[in-house]
Design a protein around this ligand. Structure first.
Ligand code: BGC
Length: 434
């Protein structure tokens, strides 16, 4: 079989987010959240991988692999550590990251918000504070002006779903860690507004830039009994944000796994009726969204091949999601802005990349407008409530010495990026790979 050839100009990248790699993010809400007595976070982020000072080395490594794109986030809490006070040093820092990225021949893709908020915003209620969307817009304007014409791709908000469902519906151990349907819906509305304001501000200041949401998504499967639960979580975890992305230049697709829901057949009408009954909503919605194999946590069914996160190992899910979003928006560009696997065995990552890319290649052949593939993550990092237990990196980091080691998967993806080709003999089939 011939090699799989990807389009020229395809973005081949790796991603990080500020809080997960920079270290010392003391003005952010997560810094406090990590220290909450009895809280869900396994260990504090501390100095992380010291990317805030080591970025020149990290960028050089990324470029040396052969990748052509770096996706990273700018930290609102650093840029605006107190309301209305913008830190020129932080802005200059991020401008330097962008300049250096470009000087290495890499395309910068900048995320304006990757989960964390400044502490002063969180103290007022985070996304539930009525001023937050407007203040997020003001911060966006400041950053975009500072970056000038150096950033061709912006992601507005990274996975608003994770912030809303994680924070207000009991999933993933995110702040503020409440389970409350009313607050959850308000957070969703605010995140939608924040995204729209951010997009409009970017386009007003730099119309030539491409801007879009980085959307959480899973491949979903349910039996008949669980169908109403699946439809509900799809509506509120995914479709509400995909609808908000109608005017985006592109949609960032971030898919790690498949979520399977199984319920006895007789439960379908009960769940459907309960979800529609307002008085029951407070009990039923958290149950549907937060139950172990529900949307709040995406644990795999017993017996599945799983990753360190307990998620089903299913590299092809990303292509299933790309096809679903392309069916909704056939004329919109899509970029895989995250796809990756937590594993201590790097051969599993090589396999994940190969199988994921083979499935994505098929969707490109079918005419889907996929413009790039950005792997999560450039390096091992702080995996939120899980702490440092998960290995997502193309590059391993020894946190005692901060030494970086490129893994074979980094070279593997780099070679695909350099040649624009995936050798078919490098693609294990799901059966032969186990
Ligand atoms: C997030 C990353 C996270 C990754 C793996 C995505 O939800 O954007 O911050 O590390 O998934 O869990």
């Amino acid at each position: 079989m011939a090699d799989l050839v990807f389009p020229s100009g395809f973005l081949w990248g790796a991603a990080t987010s500020a809080h997960q790699v920079e270290g010392g993010n003391v003005e952010s809400d997560w810094w406090e959240w990590e220290r909450k007595p009895g809280g869900p976070v396994r260990e504090p982020s501390g100095n992380a991988t010291e990317h805030y000072s080591r970025y020149p080395q990290d960028l050089a490594l990324l470029a040396s692999l052969g990748l052509n794109t770096y996706r990273f986030s700018i930290e609102w809490a650093r840029v605006e550590p107190a309301e209305g006070t913008f830190d020129p040093g932080a802005l200059a820092h991020y401008r330097d990251v962008v300049e250096r990225t470009r000087s290495l021949g890499l395309t910068p893709m900048v995320t304006l918000n990757h989960f964390t908020l400044p502490r002063w915003v969180a103290a007022q209620g985070g996304w539930l504070w009525r001023r937050t969307p407007e203040l997020f817009e003001r911060y966006t304007r400041r950053v975009v002006q500072e970056m000038g014409d150096l950033v061709p791709w912006y992601c507005t908000i990274n996975e608003p779903t994770t912030v809303a469902t994680g924070g207000y519906m009991g999933g993933w151990g995110f702040p503020p860690g409440v389970v409350d349907v009313g607050q959850w819906r308000r957070a969703i509305d605010a995140l939608v507004e924040g995204h729209k304001r951010c997009l409009a501000a970017i386009k007003e200041i730099r119309p030539e830039t491409r801007a879009g949401l980085a959307a959480f998504s899973v491949e979903m499967w349910s039996n008949a009994g669980a169908r109403p639960a699946m439809e509900f979580s799809r509506r509120w975890n995914e479709d509400v944000f995909l609808e908000a992305a109608a005017n985006d230049d592109f949609i960032g697709v971030q898919t790690y796994t498949r979520q399977q829901l199984h319920r006895p057949r007789a439960m379908a009408p009960v769940i459907r009726a309960a979800l529609a009954a307002r008085p029951l909503e407070r009990v039923v919605v958290p149950w549907v969204m937060g139950m172990k194999d529900g949307a709040g946590a995406i644990a795999a069914p017993a017996g599945s091949r799983v990753t360190q996160m307990g998620w089903e190992y299913r590299p092809e899910s990303v292509a299933a999601v790309v096809r679903r979003i392309a069916a909704i928006y056939p004329d919109k560009d899509l970029v895989v802005t995250e796809h990756g696997v937590a594993t201590a065995n790097d051969a599993e990552r090589v396999e994940f990349i190969a199988r994921g890319l083979a499935a994505l290649h098929e969707s490109i052949e079918d005419g889907i407008r996929l413009r790039g593939y950005v792997h999560w993550s450039l390096m091992d990092n702080f995996e939120w409530a899980t702490g440092y237990g998960a290995n997502f990196g193309l590059i391993g980091v020894d946190r005692a010495t901060q030494e970086r080691t490129v893994r074979p998967s980094g070279h593997f993806l780099g070679e695909i990026a350099r040649t624009g080709r995936l050798r078919t003999d490098a693609i294990p089939t799901s059966a032969s790979a186990r």
